[in-house]
Design a protein around this ligand. Structure first.
Ligand SMILES: NC(=O)CCC(=O)C(=O)O
Length: 261
């Protein structure tokens, strides 16, 4: 499964401009590298322009869902659509969409843990739907959004449901970049799964973002770490046979005693 991760710099408050940039990126990466799956970062249409969401957010996922569906069908790629600001019934959510290579929306998730350090609880509503795995190309996977990474129960729940890949889409600030790196590696080791992350670069409103998008194998080795400051395309092919192999070698799941904790 060949992945292309877009470590993107987001134009603040310019959904049309960001969609155009994503379209150009997808066209180039599909020409050069022919990935099976592409991964975008968190809130990539708007950045953290939370006070302006009444003007900038999608409504019921549109127009961004149709945009991603069109790209997926045109290039026959699966899309882990990062996340976008999304208005539903007068409330604003940080919503992810996953689109398969036929252009079908196969999974939606609203970020459940809102990050106080970026003022999300003031502007957004947290998702309250239970997380689930989804399947692409016969592989079970899960997605979480940025601050969710600090709550290990979420990744564990997805692993117990059979996820072999965890996607983490983010706008993680540089001030806590060591947490970002350590937590991504920890989630991969403790759940013995691939972790594929896309974090933005650049700055907004005095916050610098950490970049450092990482792809980590189920042993905890970093296959690739993105630059801290520059836009980048990260290409990696995942060898999924290593997941059951490592789970057999260090049988963490068989050794759990969940009735005691
Ligand atoms: N966008 C986010 O959720 C940022 C999370 C963060 O800053 C942190 O967990 O630290």
């Amino acid at each position: 499964m060949k992945h292309a991760v877009y470590q993107m710099d987001i134009i603040a408050g310019n959904p049309e401009g960001n969609r155009l940039r994503v379209e150009e990126w997808v066209e180039n990466v599909c020409k050069m590298d022919r990935p099976d799956i592409i991964v975008l970062p968190e809130m990539w249409t708007t950045g953290y322009t939370l006070p302006e969401l009444d003007k900038l957010a999608d409504k019921e996922g549109e127009p961004t869902t149709s945009f991603l569906k069109r790209l997926a069908s045109k290039y026959k790629i699966h899309i882990i659509g990062g996340s976008i600001a999304n208005e539903k019934s007068g409330k604003y959510y940080n919503s992810s969409m996953v689109i398969d290579g036929q252009g079908e929306l196969i999974y939606k998730y609203d970020k459940m843990h809102l990050v106080p350090m970026l003022d999300e609880p003031r502007y957004l509503t947290g998702g309250r739907k239970k997380v689930e795995v989804f399947e692409l190309g016969g592989v079970k996977m899960g997605i979480i959004i940025c601050y969710d990474l600090r709550f290990p129960e979420l990744a564990r729940t997805l692993a117990l449901e059979g996820a072999q890949i965890l996607y983490v889409v983010a706008e993680w600030p540089a001030a806590r970049k060591e947490h970002w790196k350590a937590l991504l590696i920890a989630r991969a080791i403790e759940n013995q799964m691939y972790v594929v992350s896309s974090n933005r670069v650049g700055s907004y409103d005095g916050v610098d973002f950490a970049g450092s998008s990482m792809i980590i194998d189920p042993w905890g080795n970093c296959i690739h770490t993105g630059s801290e400051t520059e836009e980048e395309t990260i290409i990696a092919s995942l060898v999924l046979e290593s997941v059951p192999k490592i789970r057999k070698e260090v049988p963490v799941f068989a050794s759990r005693v969940p009735e005691l904790y």
